[in-house]
Design a protein around this ligand. Structure first.
Ligand code: HXC
Length: 258
């Protein structure tokens, strides 16, 4: 499908989504978020897709929600449209893993978009921030919530209150990103990680995603119970038999998503 603000390519079971508003540092506007939600929903439905990677350009992942678009809006405008909320909900319905490959600026909504993904691989040039306070607003799609869960209260307060940027090294040290790689290697590394995931049983992959995400929604005891229930239930799959047989026979498993 042809989009105006993103470029979508599907190859080797990986759906690569590139944010593409270079004139505005990939600032997120209504069209981009709608197109992104559409592309992810399509990727979820497409049997060929086993993992999704979202990226920007080398200099910027996304510099936040489009300030030009928002500047003239009234309280009633943003209240009624609930900016990006429906699209963010569509994001949460995607059961296949989504990796954010971040190079350059990931600010405001850009940082929040990266955090909506399942994990972030950052280039050594990445800069994360929630500078909304400088605009007289606060983060609106997770910058006070997901960031706090990722890096803890002290750094989340620091970033949201001062608007300062966090570089890739600090982001990795703080648990915001899973790995940092040289900028030139970012896409190679992100696609290799997606490729590794694509080799697994899709059932197991989706269960892992659901179980880890469940840990943010439940008390530990409930989360552990959920984990044990899904662990048990995977013994009803052919892929469990195949995975364990392959190990014992010292060969690669051939998963069939059954
Ligand atoms: C619209 C943006 C933009 C944005 C950059 N641009 N960020 N346009 N919305 N968020 C545009 C600039 O206007 C400029 O366009 C061009 O991109 C290049 O930007 P410069 O500022 O000239 O580049 P530079 O000096 O290198 O500085 C880069 C930057 C800075 C540090 C990223 O642009 C910046 O601070 N941007 C805003 C970051 C921000 O505040 N994000 C939070 C937004 S609020 P022209 O036409 O002049 O060349 C948000 C809320 C989310 O995200 C919640 C929603 C529910």
């Amino acid at each position: 499908m042809a989009y105006e603000t993103i470029i979508v390519e599907i190859e080797d079971h990986i759906c690569l989504v590139r944010l593409n508003r270079p004139d505005a540092m990939n600032a997120l506007n209504d069209v981009l978020f709608k197109e992104l939600a559409e592309a992810l929903t399509e990727a979820q439905k497409n049997d060929k897709v086993r993992c999704i990677v979202i990226t920007g350009s080398e200099k910027f992942f996304a510099a936040g929600a489009d300030i030009k678009m928002m500047s003239e809006r009234s309280f009633v405008d943003v209240f009624e449209s609930d900016l990006f909320t429906a699209e963010a909900d569509a994001f949460l319905r995607v059961r296949k893993p989504i990796i954010a490959a971040v190079s350059g600026y990931a600010l405001g909504g850009g940082c929040e978009l990266a955090m909506m993904c399942d994990f972030i691989i950052a280039s050594d040039t990445a800069k994360f921030g929630q500078p909304e306070i400088n605009l007289g607003v606060v983060a609106g799609i997770g910058g006070t919530q997901r960031l706090t869960r990722a890096v803890g209260k002290a750094k989340a307060m620091d970033m949201n209150l001062t608007g300062r940027f966090m570089d890739a090294e600090e982001a990795e040290r703080s648990g915001l990103v899973s790995r940092v790689v040289p900028a030139k290697k970012l896409m190679e590394e992100a696609m290799a990680a997606a490729g590794k995931i694509a080799e697994k049983s899709m059932i197991t992959v989706m269960v892992v995603k659901e179980a880890v995400n469940r840990s943010f929604e439940t008390p530990l005891r409930e989360g552990l119970l959920f984990e044990r229930r899904v662990f048990n239930s995977l013994f009803a799959t052919e892929d469990q038999k195949e995975g364990m047989a392959a190990f014992l026979e010292k060969r690669e498993a051939q998963f069939r998503d059954k």
